[in-house]
Design a binder for this molecule. Sequence first.
Ligand code: TTP
Ligand code: MN
Ligand code: MN
Ligand code: MN
Length: 439
Amino acid sequence: GNDSNRRNPFILPEYACQRATCLKHYNHKFTRALEILQKHAELRDNEHDSSRALAFRRASCVLKSLPFPLTSMSQLKKLTNIGDHCKRVIQEILEDGECSEVTKLQDDWFHKMVVFTSIFGIGSATAKKWIEKGWSTIKDAQEGHISSDWRVKWAFHSDLNTPVKLQEAQYIQQIVRKEAETILPGIILQITGGFRRGWEEGHDVDILMTHPEDGKEVGFLARLLHRLHNKGIILCGNLEKSTYSDDMLTLDSKLSAKGQLDHFEKWLGIIKIPQSCSETPARDDSGSLSNIGSCDHKGTNSVAHPTSNTASEQPLNYQPLNLHESFEDLESKAKKQKLGTENELSPMKLAKLDRNWIARRVDLIVSPYNQYFYALVGWTGNKQFNRDIRTYAQKELGMKLSSHGLYDLNKNCALPARSEKEVFENLKLQYLEPWERNC
Ligand code: TTP
Ligand code: MN
Ligand code: MN
Ligand code: MN
């Protein structure tokens, strides 16, 4: 009870990587408020706002680790990372059930910023400009941006803002696995990101890949994308070459605690999957998957895909530009359904078109095997866990941690890892399961 807590205040380790932080915890009403403060600071994005945002997040993260519901301020005495501002917020919630500052923050501006930054590729700077123009809804932005590039974006906007379900993630993994294993037997595929941390929904699907034989992964991703493209499931995306070199383990400041960037070869893109795959359970045999590419070809067949299926034909530069083709397919479908001529078609009409597929964001990342388990920790996240464990490594051990490895700055040597558990051992940390990294 309260008295025993007062006599014997609860102590948590300082770093989140030294304690479990799970999805479900006892203090949502406080963490929700603190994360609105965080979000608001991020959206404002002025000087000092990013450090304020992180301070709110760290405080929230401490409360997520508490093994009991907070009932009095005295319970906070021995907890680190909760500053005066956060204490005022927590106290007000304890006394009144809500915090007036947090309520006031959620004004028109905040809601507009949340709506605009929910658009794929729109950050706070653009969102602010739109608000200055007097825009306040998605519709305003759609009417203001009608170029063909934008029309394509709008057509997939509502899909991309519908959360990806776990079943869809598993379905996408199966498709990718089938093609990947054909090209490169022995390939290792792992869903990372939020789904690996126990979430049942996410904003995208993150798949990390490697091969135990050194060098086998070179050139693999372009071949994989070529095959996925031939199946007709790629809408658009961008293939980034690996920019890694060994000196980055020690030198690159982008790989520091603050930065989330890494240098792996990766593809960030949008694919289409049948809408039905979130309704029917994912199947393990791959027979049912072979027709996925033709899932929207019942009506028109204007999406042209190369029919060549030979894995030996690998383009050096993979540039999938059939987003527009898919869009044209939508438009011709719209004409058939007598929704209007091309110029009259609103993005909203296009988005609501009767089609049996849905667009999904996918990240494909390829790591060399000797960096794989560090990549796995990095791409499992979450972002706050990465920040925390990298700061811990630097400040407590004098080591530099990134998704590429761990480097001991005192002994001047890299510390390899052959499992995720060894990553934690190298960092002198108790192992945390992925679902205990929801900071
Ligand atoms: P995200 O997919 O951005 O986030 P998430 O999977 O945790 O949540 P969501 O459901 O919104 O998708 O990134 C996955 C993890 O990968 C994230 O925890 C941090 C890490 N990451 C990197 O290491 N480098 C990167 O460039 C990005 C974008 C993410
Ligand atoms: Mn993700
Ligand atoms: Mn996200
Ligand atoms: Mn991602």
